[in-house]
Design a protein around this ligand. Structure first.
Ligand code: BGC
Length: 766
């Protein structure tokens, strides 16, 4: 009660100029446009530039908020928001400075990289996308919002929707894979999960779609590298997920580091104004990525003053860490390089976001210590996370039905990722408490119960090279490097392997081998682990490879030698339980790849929706053909295609039909297919529909995902599924960048992955 009174008093003090008390004596403020215009009219230029400034929380530690550098700036009205500061207590202290010490008492907005959950951590986004379950994905974002908002956060730098077709790029782990259609569906689900269609609620948070644009296509897969692509490809393949987030009402957009058409996104007016606002109707604000403005100096776009003006004039409103806006826009205004109208518009958009979040009514809206105690990392959220995590795992191979394992006998769990709880949450899990994560060893022991004996040995370090391991285990994600020699480690592993009925080898990448600034040129499992695996295989015992990774890896060799491979990504705080649930068959695996697994790095970039070229191969066996589009030393097709994933049961597709072989632009066709569960387990299947546009005014991909349904089938059950086809499914951007469907012949393929071979055809008539 006392708190509420203090709040009301504070609220009244800072809002006195723009509010009235209603009859119930609660704070009621003016409608948004009036409120913001009135506030804006009272601001000095310095205060306006302050709203555009987003520093990190820097040196703020609990109890010291007032003495930090950032605090001084906040009191002077030079800060609009802060990010990556954790805990209600700290956030409340900092907010207090803004609403008590700064002249206009404008509350701060608090952002964080809440990328795949908060303390309850879900699979890395690439893993999450493999669930192909929009309900689950939305739910994961909603739980993340619930927890983050209970801890003082009201803005997340997510969803990351960068389409990427090159897993050398470490940040494929943070996105939803290679496909624009699936990526768009996921972008929508994430925005809805975070924002809940209502930012005034205290358990929804504002989303920020990133990294606009094309960040997932750096040359050579090297992070931050140059991007260069045609407009046709941008609009058809890379823009759709960003646009979907905008259509879903995302509150903010983050500019990417890379250039687009020769101009860094952070200073690119065509991108930020013409495309984002004029074509797509985006109404929120754009924030730069970390130091995006000063980085334009290195790009060769001028000094800090020039690049700051370039960015503001392009349509960027908030400067993350760069302090270019704060430090130089006054000079640019004096020199007429920017106008006060542009500055005012930027400030307006940021104030509007704060208004929408309800911060003017209650700056401490997200600072409820009781919520922080009761709504974070709860048993029920963890239960949901465990189930979602299990559905993100992809069974790549299961020869001789090695899986599921029996909950009896002796299991040897071996590998550097087996007892590695710090690595389970995966990259970009800022809020997670690593000590709470469940290792595979802990998960297997729990799920196997007392009737199975579980033996453990590390077997090898992540890599022979200690420096590499240090670089790959940053941010506390240690793998506790073992000082013993490789021979000693191996001897211990072989000893338990020989006592066991089955070997589970937990190998692959460490969490920080993918993510930001973790590009790789070699996508194989590190040599130390390959040597371990080969030694384990030599024992003759059945081996299950539990493959940890933040990207598609090159596992051609392992696919030849190991009978069972379960790809587990980094599945979050409950990963250990979730993996064990699948290994022992309590959950039947249903994940399907959203990113192609190549046979070799030389195939990259690789993706299913490629063009046919004028010289496609004429054989399907992968035989080399001179003067055709292929390699002399490798087949064209990948090791595992987009959409692929096995189950402990089997599914049979039959009876694919189309309601008519003709459709006009206003028409609708129905495609039906029977799917039967023909195996011995109940299971889930993601039924995918692909379309090929056979003749176009521009070349069209060999097939494109246009719809899917994830269904549950009991063993022996059969269902008939129906998909509607309308002209919207046939549209694409032509060479004039018009979104059109062109009359002509189309093929439709339906099946369990992107190689689906059941086909029907129809004609779109004029
Ligand atoms: C990343 C962003 C992230 C930001 C703030 C940058 O380095 O590229 O994805 O949101 O830092 O932490």
């Amino acid at each position: 009660m006392k708190n509420k009174l203090v709040l009301l008093f504070l609220g009244c003090a800072f809002l006195g100029f723009a509010q009235k008390k209603n009859t119930k004596n609660t704070v009621k403020i003016k409608p948004k446009s009036e409120f913001v215009a009135e506030l804006l009219s009272k601001m000095t230029l310095e205060e306006k530039l302050g709203q555009l400034n987003l520093p990190t929380s820097g040196d703020i530690t609990t109890g010291q908020a007032n003495s930090s550098d950032v605090a001084t700036k906040i009191a002077e009205g030079k800060v609009g928001g802060l990010f990556n500061i954790k805990s209600v207590q700290k956030i409340r202290e900092v907010q207090k400075i803004a609403v008590e010490k700064s002249r206009l008492k404008i509350p701060l907005i608090f952002g964080m990289d809440v990328i795949h959950g908060y303390e309850t951590t879900f699979p890395i986004p690439l893993g999450l996308s493999c669930t192909w379950d929009m309900g689950l994905i939305e739910r994961s974002a909603q739980i993340a919002a619930q927890e983050a908002s209970a801890d003082g956060i009201n803005w997340t730098f997510s969803p990351m929707v960068d389409v990427s077709r090159d897993p050398r790029w470490g940040r494929v782990s943070e996105g939803s894979g290679e496909d624009p259609y699936l990526g768009s569906r996921i972008a929508t689900a994430m925005v809805n999960g975070y924002q809940q269609h209502d930012l005034s609620k205290n358990n929804s948070i504002m989303a920020c779609v990133k990294h606009f644009a094309l960040y997932g296509a750096p040359e050579a897969g090297r992070d931050y590298n140059t991007v260069d692509m045609s407009h046709i490809r941008m609009f058809n393949d890379y823009f759709p997920p960003y646009k979907a987030a905008v259509d879903a009402g995302v509150g903010s957009v983050m500019a990417s580091f890379n250039e687009v058409d020769g101009i860094p996104a952070t200073g690119n007016k065509w991108l930020m104004t013409d495309v984002l606002r004029k074509q797509w109707g985006f109404k929120g604000f754009v924030v730069t990525d970390f130091t995006g403005i000063p980085e334009m100096i290195e790009h060769g776009m001028g000094d800090l003053q020039a690049v700051s003006a370039l960015s503001l004039n392009a349509g960027v409103e908030m400067d993350m860490v760069g302090e270019g806006f704060l430090g130089t826009l006054k000079k640019s205004l004096d020199e007429k390089k920017v106008t006060i109208e542009t500055i005012d518009n930027a400030v307006k958009l940021i104030l509007e976001a704060k208004y929408d979040l309800g911060l003017f009514q209650d700056p401490y809206k997200y600072c409820d210590a009781n919520r922080a105690k009761t709504e974070i990392f709860t048993a029920s959220s963890r239960k949901e996370a465990r189930s979602i995590s299990a559905q993100s795992l992809v069974l790549l191979k299961n020869q001789g039905q090695v899986l599921p394992l029996k909950k009896s006998g002796t299991i040897a769990l071996i590998g550097p990722l087996a007892d590695a709880k710090e690595n389970m949450p995966g990259t970009w899990s800022v809020a997670t408490k690593m000590e709470n994560a469940i290792s595979l060893l802990a998960g297997i022991k729990e799920v196997a119960g007392t009737s199975a004996k579980v033996l453990y040995a590390k077997g090898s370090n992540l890599d022979y090279d200690e420096t590499f391991e240090t670089n790959a285990t940053m941010f506390g994600k240690t793998l506790h490097r073992d000082a013993r020699s490789k021979e000693e480690l191996l001897a211990e592993a072989l000893k338990i392997a020989n006592q066991s009925d089955v070997i589970v080898a937990a190998l692959g990448e460490s969490a920080e081998m993918s993510g930001e600034s973790s590009s790789r040129t070699n996508l194989e499992i590190p040599q130390s682990q390959k040597d371990l695996l080969n030694a384990l295989l030599k024992t003759g015992k059945p081996v299950v490879l539990v493959l940890f990774d933040g990207r598609p890896l090159v596992i051609k060799e392992e696919n030849e030698t190991v009978p069972a491979i379960l790809n587990v990504w980094f599945a979050g705080s409950e990963a250990g339980y979730a993996i064990a649930d699948v290994l022992f068959g309590d959950v039947n695996p249903s994940g399907k790849l959203t990113s192609t697994f190549p046979r070799s790095v030389g195939q990259l970039p690789i993706y299913y929706a490629h063009k046919n070229t004028g010289r496609p191969l004429s054989n399907t066996e992968g035989k080399f053909e001179k003067f055709r589009s292929n390699y002399i030393d490798e087949r064209n097709e990948p090791l595992f295609p987009f959409g692929f994933g096995l189950s402990y049961t089997s599914f049979e597709y039959s009876n694919l039909k189309i309601s008519s072989d003709k459709m006009n632009a206003n028409g609708k066709l129905k495609v039906t297919v029977d799917v039967a569960n023909t195996g011995n387990y109940d299971g889930k299947e993601t039924v995918q529909l692909y379309i090929r546009d056979l003749i176009g005014s521009v070349t069209r991909p060999v097939r494109e995902l246009k719809n899917f349904q994830k269904i549950t089938l009991e063993k022996g059950e059969k269902q008939t599924l129906t998909f509607d086809i309308t002209v919207e499914d046939l549209k694409f951007y032509n060479c004039d960048l018009q979104f059109v469907a062109e009359p002509g012949q189309f093929d439709i393929f339906v099946g369990g992955n992107s190689n689906a071979d059941k086909k029907v055809s129809f004609e779109l008539t004029k």
